[in-house]
Write a protein that binds this ligand. Structure first.
Ligand code: FAD
Length: 462
């Protein structure tokens, strides 16, 4: 082993590798503390050419590779278990901004927040918004095809790129950094790397689509009695594409945040079973307020909603989104949590929730279903919190049984077992078991063609 590590190091500049345990440690532990990894060495290339050198050195010395961006992934894909860790965090350059074409080329290690700031400097926006945006990187966003709060209007990360630059398992550099809006010259090779979770190569840069910043965004927090009413409200309030966010929170998830975080408060006088957060992009504040008032008073008349708070200024608007942004953190106050990130066709959300709540509480008596998320995209973060009288490790031991139950219902409703977070190592068996065999075989063929020795993130996805 030492011999090959020596060989690996010999081929690389000494500034781009470390075996210092204190430096590597934060990269081996992830946000939920589910996966704890190990690696013989961490590589931090600074350029695309250095990424290529790193991959060649690993391959020639028989090491497998795990690429890592901001380490905010939630399915264990970025945590090495003995593989070489290649961190992209030193590749942060904004290479080019083209205002007239609304495009920007950035390196993979730039955080999403840094990408936002760079776009804003040109009075533009890159409309991918995640609570993890201060840490997650654009390379990670692409590799997981991240979603977030504005998919309803702008689509997922896949919809927000022209192309990528990536280093393949054989060290070749694929240059797909086009900013052409039309290019019909065969397979969309850049798209292969999007959602590939680092299994086909390392994304080193991306050509992103930029958009105009909305003149005004009107926000409201609305109380409803049930998911069915939430879906009726979605239909009632779409408003010719003006709606840019439609997030739903069950009472238990909402309450866990307003009760435990001092920077937010419950704006309602009484508790409601469900809450909806809506954004509409409008031409001015006056138009935003008028639109929200008209839509919501009509919804109240029709008995779709029970109460509503329309944000009157930036502070109120920020306070409302802060509740939503702290859903995952708030849940930690409810004890251990078994989490699912699923999607079903929007019209089935109410039936999915009724059926799953009923069966999961039968499987794990006393557990508390905690549902929230991007209902406007059919995406539910369906989490289950620990029963108060059951020890955490006993509860978490039910994870596989709970998965089986939840995924069976997802399949019954023609949904997907992963809406946003990807497959990683967490849902690999489920993907193999539940995929259409033709699709699964095609995934394998693509992997074998681009990475025949299986050196790129070998334990992930397939
Ligand atoms: C608080 C919180 C909120 C979140 N909210 C959302 C949300 O709303 N929507 C959503 O979709 N996700 C969400 N996530 C999940 C996570 O932030 C996203 O998956 C994000 O895109 C991961 O980016 P990252 O840079 O941290 O990637 P990492 O965690 O470092 O890696 C994720 C995967 O991508 C691979 N990878 C990373 N960089 C590269 C690269 N350059 N080339 C090839 N492969 C690479 C890794 O090997 C791994 O398989 C959230 C996470 C947290 C902690």
């Amino acid at each position: 082993m030492n011999k090959t590590i020596t060989g690996l190091k010999l081929g690389l500049p000494k500034e781009i590798w470390t075996q210092d345990i204190d430096i590597i440690a934060p990269h081996l532990k992830e946000w939920r503390d589910i996966y704890n990894g190990n690696t013989p060495i961490m590589l931090t290339p600074r350029t695309t050419a250095e990424v290529s050198k790193c991959i060649n050195a690993c391959r020639q010395n028989n090491f497998k590779i795990v690429p890592q961006g901001g380490n905010t992934g939630l399915v264990g894909g970025q945590i090495p278990m003995g593989e070489v860790l290649i961190s992209l965090t030193k590749m942060k350059k904004i290479r080019k901004v083209c205002k007239v074409n609304n495009s920007m080329i950035v390196e993979a290690g730039a955080t999403l927040q840094e990408v936002h700031n760079a776009a804003n400097n040109f009075d533009k926006q890159f409309p991918l918004f995640l609570s993890s945006q201060g840490s997650c990187t654009i390379g990670g966003n692409l590799s997981t095809n991240a979603g977030g709060n504005h998919v309803l209007k702008y689509g997922t990360t896949r919809d927000l790129v022209f192309g990528v630059e990536a280093v393949l398992a054989n060290g070749d550099i694929y240059d797909g950094l086009t900013n052409l809006r039309k290019d019909n010259t065969g397979y969309d090779l850049s798209n292969l790397f999007i959602g590939a979770e680092g299994t086909l190569g390392i994304i080193t840069a991306a050509s992103l689509k930029l958009f105009n910043i909305p003149k005004y965004t009107q926000r409201a927090l609305i109380a409803v009695q049930s998911p069915k009413m939430a879906i009726e409200l979605l239909e009632h309030s779409r408003c010719d594409g003006k709606m840019s966010m439609f997030e739903v929170m069950s009472h238990i998830s909402f309450n866990a945040v307003v009760k435990n975080f001092s920077m937010v408060r419950d704006p309602f006088k009484k508790a409601y079973p469900w809450y909806v957060l809506i954004d509409w992009d409008t031409e001015s504040k006056a138009m935003g307020l008028r639109l929200a008032e008209n839509l919501l008073s009509a919804a109240y008349e029709k008995k779709i909603i029970s109460d509503a708070v329309i944000a009157q200024n930036e502070t109120q608007s920020k306070e409302i989104i802060t509740i939503r942004e702290n859903m995952s953190a708030g849940q930690k106050y409810l004890g251990g949590s078994i989490k699912f990130d699923i999607t079903v066709p929007i019209e089935y959300i109410p039936s999915f929730l009724i059926k799953t709540d009923k069966l999961i509480t039968k499987l794990i008596p006393g557990c508390r279903p905690v549902a929230f998320g991007h209902f406007g995209d059919g995406n539910i973060h369906y989490n289950i919190s620990q029963p108060p009288n059951v020890e955490k490790h006993i509860f978490l031991g039910k994870w596989d049984d709970a998965s089986e139950l939840v995924f069976d219902i997802v399949t019954e409703f023609n949904g997907s077992i992963s809406a946003e977070h990807g497959i990683g190592v967490m849902k690999k068996k489920e993907l193999a078991k539940r995929s259409d065999p033709v699709k699964y075989n095609m995934l394998r063929l693509v992997k074998n063609a681009l990475d025949p020795s299986n050196i790129m993130n070998p334990r992930v996805l397939l």
